[in-house]
Design a protein around this ligand. Structure first.
Ligand SMILES: NC(=O)c1ccc[n+]([C@@H]2O[C@H](COP(=O)([O-])OP(=O)(O)OC[C@H]3O[C@@H](n4cnc5c(N)ncnc54)[C@H](O)[C@@H]3O)[C@@H](O)[C@H]2O)c1
Length: 307
């Protein structure tokens, strides 16, 4: 039997995705390789959660755009391999558990020690936590604490240590990954939704303060994109579903926008824009990358049979 939460998130229509372009035209027009300008040339960035999913795609997109990146994560072997693949000049890996403030401080300091500057901190690491409990009274507060520590408290640590370095320089850009679940109540497990709402709140709070220092602070709110974080939760919620069915649920059944599906690279490109000088006057913003999922909802929950 489908849980209430599962029913809710799948309420969107199930249908095929029409390709917008039938040839390779879309690739030529929009692929990052088609872009000749390096929009982050000369910038140095720390990215947390950089070794998987959205963080990995963003690190690669940053490097493609000329940035030097510190990959901060807890997956040490994968992280070192990824840094080697990107090239020693462009990327270095550092073990950084974002729940440990000293690790966050060290990652920030490493960027300055290695490259002499720090332009961007992207606080992106996050976890899903346990699947939604059947009722609020079954909420596990230990799980809640873990989720809040990784998804919310860690972002405060990133903001704090990024500001420590950026405010004296009177320049810098801080990004935090929030989520569509911060915008519509009860889309995912309560702990996750609450942690992401906190991210949007902290970005607004800190952006006002740091504006006077010339430091920009923005959130990015992706909707469901098939990374390890999401597919694990969906697989737990629908244990009988195959990997392909799980992927289809995330990429089609949970979405509203026809003709395109959300990929990690879409979020990465949003991060490139916000980190670049093209966004020099954008601060305190929450850039929602959700294909319109949160702009509205059906007025009638159960349409009558005559409709
Ligand atoms: N995938 C989605 O649908 C989606 C939607 C909205 C927001 N988000 C958010 O995007 C961010 C990235 O998620 P993802 O989907 O790429 O997940 P993912 O699981 O693919 O990647 C998360 C990365 O964070 C790292 N990480 C986890 N705990 C860490 C810790 N304590 N310290 C340092 N690194 C840690 C992991 O090792 C991994 O590399 C998260 O904040 C997530 O909440 C994801």
């Amino acid at each position: 039997m489908m849980s209430v939460a599962a029913n809710k998130i799948l309420r969107g229509r199930s249908r095929g995705v029409r390709p917008m372009f039938s040839s390779g035209l879309a690739d030529r027009l929009f692929s990052s390789s088609a872009s000749s300008s390096k929009r982050l040339e000369g910038k140095v960035a720390v990215i947390t959660g950089a070794v998987g999913g959205i963080g990995e795609a963003t690190a690669k997109e940053f490097v493609r755009n000329g940035a030097k990146v510190i990959l901060a994560d807890i997956q040490d072997d994968l992280g070192r391999a990824m840094a080697a693949e990107l090239g020693a000049d462009a990327a270095s890996y550092t073990h950084c558990d974002v729940t440990v403030e000293a690790d966050v401080a060290a990652a920030v300091d490493l960027a300055v020690a290695r490259h002499g500057r720090l332009d961007v901190v992207y606080s992106n690491a996050g976890i899903a936590g346990a699947a939604a409990p059947p009722t609020l009274s079954a909420l596990d507060l230990d799980d809640y604490d873990r989720v809040m520590a990784v998804n919310a408290r860690s972002m405060v640590a990133c903001l704090k240590h990024a500001a420590r370095v950026m405010s004296p320089r009177r320049a810098g850009c801080i990004l935090c990954t929030a989520s569509s679940t911060a915008l519509i109540g009860d889309l995912a497990a309560p702990a996750y939704c609450i942690s992401k709402a906190a991210v949007v709140g902290m970005v607004r709070t800190v952006a006002r303060q740091l504006a006077r220092d010339g430091v920009r602070v923005n959130a990015i709110s992706p909707h469901a994109v098939p990374t390890a974080l999401v597919t694990r939760v969906i697989s737990e919620t629908f244990p009988a579903a195959t990997a392909e069915e799980v992927r289809r649920m995330v990429t089609r059944d949970m979405q509203e926008l026809e003709g395109a599906s959300l990929e990690v690279e879409d979020v990465a490109r949003a991060a490139v824009f916000l980190a670049s000088d093209e966004a020099k006057f954008v601060t305190g913003h929450n850039l929602v990358v959700d294909g319109g999922f949160t702009v509205g909802k059906d007025l009638l929950r159960n349409p009558p049979s005559f409709a």
